[in-house]
Design a protein around this ligand. Sequence first.
Ligand SMILES: Nc1ncnc2c1ncn2[C@@H]1O[C@H](COP(=O)(O)OP(=O)(O)OP(=O)(O)O)[C@@H](O)[C@H]1O
Length: 272
Amino acid sequence: MTARTTAPPPPLHVRDVTVRFAGLTALDDVSFTVAPGSVHAVIGPNGAGKSTCFNVLSGLYRPAAGTVHLGDTELTRLAPHKIAGLGVARTFQNIVTTQGTVADNLMLGRHALSRAGFTASALRLPGARREQREHLARARELAELTGLAEHFDAPVAALSYGDRKRVEFARALCLEPRVLLLDEPVAGMNAAERVRTAEVIRTVREELGLSVLLVEHDMGLVMRLADEVTVLDFGKAIAHGTPEEVQRDPEVLRAYLGTEADGPTDSGEDAA
Ligand SMILES: Nc1ncnc2c1ncn2[C@@H]1O[C@H](COP(=O)(O)OP(=O)(O)OP(=O)(O)O)[C@@H](O)[C@H]1O
């Protein structure tokens, strides 16, 4: 029994967000909405503002203007741990765990949800022990869902790169998010690992009913997985729509260097 959420997640609204670094406008009045339970991708050429957008959503950057809301709750300018606590969890592009076992890493994710205090856990009081067992059972379920069950007690350092990246993914899921932000989830993976990760993302969305917002350069993954795509270019949102719509959008083709051949097309050898 993996499903936890009974109600669909609230929509995530990004409204008129602007971020400036000295003279550079990294995000310029960007708006989009991640619909409940959807997979929404943010794409764009290098330097378009995708990471900046993620950093605003997860509380690492404060926008000069604009707001982010999860349903009616405003997230703008909250600290990252508060945003995570409100149900928006993220993975990082370049952080891949090498310490401890898979179980240890997933339990770190559960730690934020722990009701028993540190002292009660350290003293192994009965309530804390029960809670610990429940968290471990849930961590095991999420390891199964992300294809890591057979490695649950294995040291992370012994896993393949793709499996290690999925440990990060599973750890974010351990926060029981309603919206999951995935920053280049298949970056650096080989073709087989990309296919596997795409399947896992699809399964997780279906089983847990959460919304997924992803930044990804692998257009095969984006085109097959996303319900909706927002295209950024030089900090502006130049297109929104289904993968098919944005692939045909002349503005998008121009942003990806002018011709259809250079555009965000699916090469056919990518994920899923
Ligand atoms: N901390 C920062 N200080 C100054 N400029 C920054 C900072 N972070 C990003 N930028 C600039 O803001 C713009 C948007 O960068 P961002 O990293 O968001 O783009 P991106 O779409 O994620 O690019 P990539 O696909 O290459 O990762 C770029 O011109 C970048 O150089």
